[in-house]
Design a protein around this ligand. Structure first.
Ligand SMILES: *Cc1c(COP(=O)(O)O)cnc(C)c1O
Length: 243
């Protein structure tokens, strides 16, 4: 079955489809961990629900998913509100505008895409009313310098950015996030990310999280030491082309 968010399948059918996809992804994670000599519970599955309705989030929660990821503020904010009763952990994984950062920190428990120091102050302000600090990952660019649509901080800028997050009282520096370059070798990219992570932990030993790996490259990410994988299409099906 390949129905997307506009598909007309019954809730029971959709639940079955999600359950089967989830089982397959969990199996992939377990196998990748076994191959890498790691415990499967070292890797947290974040299911990326962008473009899919809150009803899918509800089904996923019922199937045991605890972490969901979203990449667009308005959609994420609405879904988090609609699903507030589910007790899920919301990860913001998309490009952040500084004028939206405070609002994001009001519903996301984890912000994975912090790539410039200009975001730190508004995020900290948005997190201040919450009962726990907001967990922050620094997104590191794994693309060659100057690549089109390059997202993430230059590795050279990570130490200063980390220091600025670490000083923000309502934020907690947790680690790094990276996306393998389109068409590139994920193994090499995640290897570079792991090195930046080792360097970061020399100064910030608590920054132990490494978010890497999507539907197509989770095995390489687990091998490189990922603690979080962000899986969209392998669980939810294909989504309309992003613009
Ligand atoms: C959409 C997205 C994902 C999930 O991608 P899939 O290939 O569908 O698993 C992971 N990370 C980020 C940053 C994304 O934007």
């Amino acid at each position: 079955m390949s129905t997307g968010p506009q598909g007309h399948v019954s809730t029971a059918e959709r639940r079955q489809e999600l359950a089967a996809n989830l089982a397959a992804v969990r199996e992939r994670i377990a196998r990748a961990c076994a191959d890498a000599g790691r415990d499967a519970d070292e890797v947290t599955l974040v299911v990326v629900t962008k473009f899919f309705p809150a009803s899918d989030v509800r089904l996923l929660a019922d199937l045991g998913v605890r972490h969901v990821g979203e990449n667009r503020h308005q959609e994420a904010e609405a879904k988090a509100a609609e699903c507030a009763d589910l007790g899920l952990t919301w990860h913001f994984i998309g490009g952040l505008q500084s004028n939206k950062a405070a609002a994001v920190a009001a519903y996301a428990q984890v912000v994975e895409s912090v790539d410039r120091s200009k975001l730190v102050r508004p995020l900290d302000r948005g997190a201040q009313g919450r009962d726990a600090p907001v967990d922050v990952l620094l997104q590191v660019s794994l693309d060659p310098p100057g690549a089109v649509g390059r997202a993430g901080a230059d590795p050279a800028d990570v130490p200063a950015l980390a220091a600025s997050v670490a000083e923000a009282p309502a934020l907690r520096l947790r680690g790094l996030m990276g996306v393998a370059p389109l068409g590139g070798d994920p193994e090499a990219a995640f290897g570079r990310l792991a090195q930046v992570h080792r360097d970061l932990r020399a100064t910030f030993p608590d920054a132990t999280w490494l978010s890497a790996g999507m539907s197509g490259d989770l095995e390489q990410a687990v091998r490189a030491g990922a603690t979080h994988v962000r899986i969209g299409s392998a669980v939810l099906g294909s989504r309309p082309e992003t613009k």
